[in-house]
Design a protein around this ligand. Sequence first.
Ligand SMILES: Nc1ncnc2c1ncn2[C@@H]1O[C@H](COP(=O)(O)OP(=O)(O)OP(=O)(O)O)[C@@H](O)[C@H]1O
Ligand SMILES: [Mg+2]
Length: 269
Amino acid sequence: MKAPYIFTTANQKGGVGKTTTVITLGSSLSVFGFRVLLIDLDPQASLTSHLAVEPEKLECYVGDLMTSDSFNPADAIINKYRLKNGGCIDLLPSNINLARIEAELSISKGGGLKLREKLKFFKNSYDYIIIDSSPALSVLLISAVAASDEIIIPVMADFLSARGVDLLLSTITKIEKALNTKCTYRLLITMFDRRTNSSLKSADYFKNKYRNNHFSGLINIDTKFRDASLIKKPLTYIDINSRGALDYIEVAREIINGLDGGDNEGNKK
Ligand SMILES: Nc1ncnc2c1ncn2[C@@H]1O[C@H](COP(=O)(O)OP(=O)(O)OP(=O)(O)O)[C@@H](O)[C@H]1O
Ligand SMILES: [Mg+2]
């Protein structure tokens, strides 16, 4: 495996579980002993807050890394969790200033490739990097896609979620072409409620339409995710036997074992 293997969670639809996936999948990979860096690339800084870091009080943040050539990326890293098995979670935090640098990035030559360049600094430090993106098709998403080996697209198990996926996939393809980069993608069905027909039917729809490009495991609805965000800790560390934590551990296992890898082209246009 190429190390670090870099994921971005992306979906321009809000509230589908992007940030929850970054935190819970990242912590699930860490319990297998992997070193994981989580990057907050959302000016809303939900990931940063969820890990009990106050965005307003940061001395350095991910934006410094993307705008200054001389900035040492290690200076912005916060060591959050160290596990006895060698696994860890570090955070590259965000704050609202990231919104300001979007314009700067979009007009600067090679702006979209800055993050990709800077992440080379972490070549031997992590096994996995997971980037959280905002619910928008923005220049920050361009940076994240350009830096990634794979895009995880969380989709809520309902039909309204189906609409934006093809638009996102064609945007990813355009980014790849423009910047001459390549990444795969997989859908991850979230907030699945097996008691409802719409959940069952929409899960079937996604699995049929994106045949080779979805995780086999799906994420059930679990109120404990909201509790975890209040406690500001990953659910995996609070209650490893909860439904939600077990689902993400299964997805982590799928990633580690390389099961059902995306075919790279799938439904991308
Ligand atoms: N499987 C789940 N079961 C129940 N609640 C969930 C689940 N996954 C996420 N949630 C809750 O849904 C809400 C939205 O999740 P999250 O913040 O991860 O979405 P997001 O896609 O990152 O949102 P945004 O687009 O605003 O960044 C949160 O309150 C979270 O705790
Ligand atoms: Mg989010």
